[in-house]
Write a protein that binds this ligand. Structure first.
Ligand SMILES: Cc1cc2nc3c(=O)[nH]c(=O)nc-3n(C[C@H](O)[C@H](O)[C@H](O)COP(=O)(O)OP(=O)(O)OC[C@H]3O[C@@H](n4cnc5c(N)ncnc54)[C@H](O)[C@@H]3O)c2cc1C
Length: 547
């Protein structure tokens, strides 16, 4: 060993939800654990997220009168799978939900709770829950408990529950008293609240956490991974194993181009997710899976903005802004092309439709078009209802005028808006079914929910506005294939000794599916737990939890 080499049982790379869960589980099973984070700040994309975790058949449902079961969860995921979900992952996921929740609440201050009413993303499918019950969120956690670590997370303080944010049906504002109380207590919710509570658990379990520590290579001896090399040359030996929890490859343009099924532009997540773990896994011969998929989401870029609302780089998810009444999306032919209010992941499919004759993506680029009624009643893109619309958004007094400004074909755009207004007057979107699903209006006008009118409303008040919307992703889903305990498999299907992968770096256990709000963090929590126990040599199977 060189002078700079240290030794632990387990090295975890990455400090998002998946890495923290794995580190905690490994430490709790008795291993010495070192967690290394490439960025200066902890948390990755998880810290920028809402911290919602989709957990079917969870223990909180009973007190809310939600009827759910593992069988329903299985039916739902199986129906949506498109043959991309391996059945053993469905079983392992569903069977581990409650043991994971019991365990994490015993070992850390993290407390999850239901986001009541949040419908599944395809709620009318067999086993789906239109009235919600599977989306959970972290309770508020006091960062006073973290000492100096309190300042070391990516993102910014958001002391809210999901239900207080606009997406969850709230205003996004707290009363001054509540705001003051939460600020004094340094209470945080959402993604950072989740991670703060997990970090407290990690520190209490003696996990060594190091930031600004970028892993570059796995150390391999006799075909087994025995450690990690970091930028600068230092090595850490891992007697039991190394966990890749380095997030997706959405920030690496080459990997994005070469693997994904369609455009991914302006990713809103952590800038450090450049596919390092994927490359390390490829170097040791890992078998790859789900490479073409991502957690798709439409975004806008806000020029000159610090994008504070989410991630600090001017990219904002487009959720309410395509769901509320008085707004539609059109392609460069000026035509509506989808149910704008569908869940963001499924919308990826609409953006990736390829036109064989025009030989281009049919719906990328696309525009969101809205009217003054939207501005007065709802607001969006960072401005409040009734406020002045920022200059970066195109505007005109008439629809043909708006076509002129945006370069969209005027006749088509006018016909599209006329048709939309007719459909709204009829109270049903016969063209694309917007408002037909219980999910559609959830992020719309709650005064009308669950009626379709929560999302249907004409564009008939001048001026009219338009902004470009881009096909993006919260993160990618492809990576090394693993066992259900996250052991990395090689191209022959054999376990690579000493290597585990979890979170967005692994081949996603849910294939191309986003089951409901929290569809990425739910599996990250569950498989993080399974992964940590396994790398420490105490797989959950030994504890009686499903394989
Ligand atoms: C605005 C927004 C809101 C979202 N809300 C939700 C939500 O409510 N629910 C949900 O389920 N999903 C949500 N998502 C998606 C979700 O946040 C991610 O899918 C999830 O956080 C991924 O977790 P992870 O642990 O795999 O990766 P990350 O949280 O991204 O962590 C990966 C970490 O690995 C580090 N790393 C990378 N390379 C190296 C290296 N070489 N060495 C050491 N460390 C390295 C990175 O710096 C990063 O900190 C949201 C995403 C965004 C952008």
């Amino acid at each position: 060993m060189s002078e700079t080499t240290t030794q632990v049982d387990v090295v975890v790379l990455g400090s998002g939800c998946a890495g923290m869960m794995a580190a905690l589980a490994a430490a709790d099973a008795g291993a010495t654990v070192a967690l290394h984070e490439k960025a200066e700040l902890l948390g990755g994309t998880t810290a920028l997220s809402s911290g919602v975790a989709w957990l079917p058949a969870n223990k909180y449902q009973a007190e809310h009168g939600v009827v759910d079961s593992i069988a329903d969860g299985r039916a739902y995921l199986t129906e949506l799978s498109q043959e991309m979900i391996l059945p053993e992952f469905t079983e392992a996921f569903l069977e581990t939900v409650d043991p994971m929740l019991e365990w994490v609440e015993e070992r850390t201050p993290l407390r999850m709770r239901l986001v009541p009413g949040y419908p599944d993303y395809h709620p009318e499918f067999p086993g789906g829950l239109p009235g919600g019950g599977r989306s959970t969120e972290p309770d508020l956690f006091s960062f006073h408990e973290l000492g100096e670590w309190a300042e070391r997370f990516l993102g910014f303080r958001r002391s809210m529950y999901v239900g207080e944010t606009p997406v969850g049906g709230g205003t996004g504002f707290l009363t001054p008293e509540v705001e003051q109380h939460r600020a004094e207590q340094r209470l945080e919710g959402l993604g950072r609240g989740m991670l703060g509570a997990l970090l407290k658990g990690l520190l209490d379990h003696g996990v060594q956490v190091t930031t600004s520590s970028c892993a570059t290579d796995l150390v391999v001896e006799d075909g087994a991974v025995v450690g990690v090399r970091f930028e600068g040359g230092a090595e850490v030996r891992a007697t039991r194993g190394v966990v890749l929890a380095t997030g997706g490859f959405e920030r690496d343009p080459d990997l994005v181009r070469d693997f994904l099924r369609g455009p991914l532009r302006h990713p809103p997540g952590a800038p450090t997710n450049t596919g390092d773990g994927l490359r390390m896994a490829m170097k040791v011969g890992a078998q790859l899976g789900v490479m073409r998929e991502a957690w798709w989401v439409p975004v806008v870029t806000i020029p000159g903005s610090d994008g504070e609302q989410y991630s600090g780089h001017g990219v904002q998810l487009v959720q309410r802004e395509r769901t509320l009444p008085r707004t539609i999306m059109v392609n460069d032919q000026g035509r509506r092309f989808t149910n704008e209010a569908a869940n963001y992941n499924a919308l990826g499919g609409a953006f990736h439709t390829f036109h064989p004759t025009r030989f281009r993506y049919e719906n990328e680029p696309a525009w969101v078009v809205f009217d003054q009624g939207f501005v007065d009643q709802y607001g969006g893109y960072g401005f409040q209802a009734g406020e002045t619309v920022p200059d970066w958004i195109d505007r005109a007094d008439t629809i043909p005028g708006l076509a002129d400004v945006t370069g969209l074909p005027a006749d088509e755009l006018r016909a599209t808006v006329e048709r939309w207004n007719e459909l709204c007057a009829q109270g049903r979107d016969a063209d694309h079914g917007r408002g037909d699903s219980a999910y559609d209006g959830w992020c719309g006008d709650r005064a009308h929910y669950p009626s379709p009118m929560a999302t249907l409303g004409p564009l008939d008040q001048a001026p009219f506005y338009a902004t470009r919307v881009h096909s993006s992703a919260l993160g990618t889903k492809g990576g090394p294939r693993t066992t259900t305990d996250c052991e990395v498999l090689d191209v022959d299907g054999q376990v690579v000794p000493g290597l585990w992968a979890v979170g967005n770096v692994m081949a996603a256990p849910t294939g191309m599916v986003y089951g409901g709000a929290g569809g990425t963090l739910g599996p990250a929590m569950v498989f993080g737990y399974r992964c940590g126990a396994s790398v420490a040599g105490k797989p959950l199977e030994d504890e009686g939890v499903a394989r």
